[in-house]
Design a protein around this ligand. Structure first.
Ligand code: F3S
Length: 287
């Protein structure tokens, strides 16, 4: 079997930075006898989460509570992941005495600032993406009155009484963004594009599209709860390529061994080790 890696796959720059920042914060907190927390899951990947847990880093929620419902002690270090967070979350953690290490991806931070600026100028900020996702909740928090829309149908019911500024969740697909944008334009032809899909997401999606005609099947590696990984799998399937989405090499189904060529890709939250192990497991299948 021939395994062809996507020309861009795995950790994006924002996730790589956030994971490195969290590891450094965990080591620093341990060295100074303090507890370290991360707001939510650093990235939607079990291996990365397990590695941070092994360094003593625990999860905390937006209310500042850990898994057992206890507040983080004053002086604890709290890492804000690449998805970012709403300003109230920063305020709540600071007033509880936490030291915040902000690992918000610079690209997400740009969208937060754009959201705040357009809302202050009287625009309705519309975020195209997944309702309830950490990033969309965070961006919405910077823009009072912002709404999240997940489909063109939802976009058609957006109030048309104010100018609209549209911001993408950085990891949605270009197709989803374009469809939501077109539906909003029916309501507000003066729509302002205030922040599109991240270039890193676009590159990973384009690399999957590049598999067409070159491979017989596609393996997507990454967390099942990773929105951007799921979208790579959906895109591949929509192109008519037999596609499998697995979290790790251990989940690779034996039938992939029946294909002569397999395209390998991975979401922006998938570490290099997961990709290397998946490639090795695929090659073993054909031996
Ligand atoms: Fe940042 Fe883009 Fe990654 S927004 S976290 S570099 S997908």
């Amino acid at each position: 079997m021939k395994v062809i890696r996507a020309r861009t796959l795995g950790f994006c720059p924002g996730v790589r930075l956030a994971v490195a920042t969290a590891q450094k914060a965990a080591a620093g907190a341990t060295a100074s006898g303090r507890q370290a927390f991360v707001l939510g899951q650093i990235v939607h990947n079990p291996r990365v989460s397990a590695r941070l847990e092994s360094l003593g880093m625990r999860r905390i929620d937006e209310a500042g509570l850990d898994g057992s419902g206890k507040s983080a002690p004053a002086g604890a270090v709290v890492v804000i992941r690449s998805h970012g967070a709403a300003p109230e979350v920063f305020d709540r953690l600071r007033s509880a005495g936490a030291e915040i290490v902000d690992a918000t991806c610079p690209r997400v931070a740009t969208n937060q600032k754009a959201a705040a600026s357009f809302a202050a100028r009287g625009f309705l900020v519309v975020i195209a993406g997944d309702r309830g996702h950490g990033e969309t909740l965070g961006v919405a928090g910077w823009a009072p009155g912002a709404i999240v829309v997940s489909s063109p149908d939802e976009a058609r019911s957006v109030p048309g009484d104010r100018p609209v500024a549209l911001i993408a969740q950085t990891t949605i697909s270009e197709n989803e963004y374009d469809a939501i944008r077109a539906a909003l334009l029916e309501r507000r032809p003066d729509l302002v594009d205030a922040g599109g899909v991240c270039g890193a997401s676009r590159e990973r999606q384009a690399a999957v599209a590049g598999f067409l005609g070159k491979v017989d099947a596609v393996l997507v590696v990454g967390g099942k709860n990773s929105a951007n990984t799921r979208r790579l799998a959906e895109l591949s399937s929509s192109l008519g390529l037999p596609t499998w989405h697995v979290e790790s090499a251990a989940d690779i189904p034996p039938e992939l061994g029946n294909f002569d060529s397999v395209g390998l890709t991975a979401g922006a939250s998938t570490p290099d080790e997961d990709i290397d192990e998946a490639e090795a497991a695929l090659l073993r299948l054909s031996q």
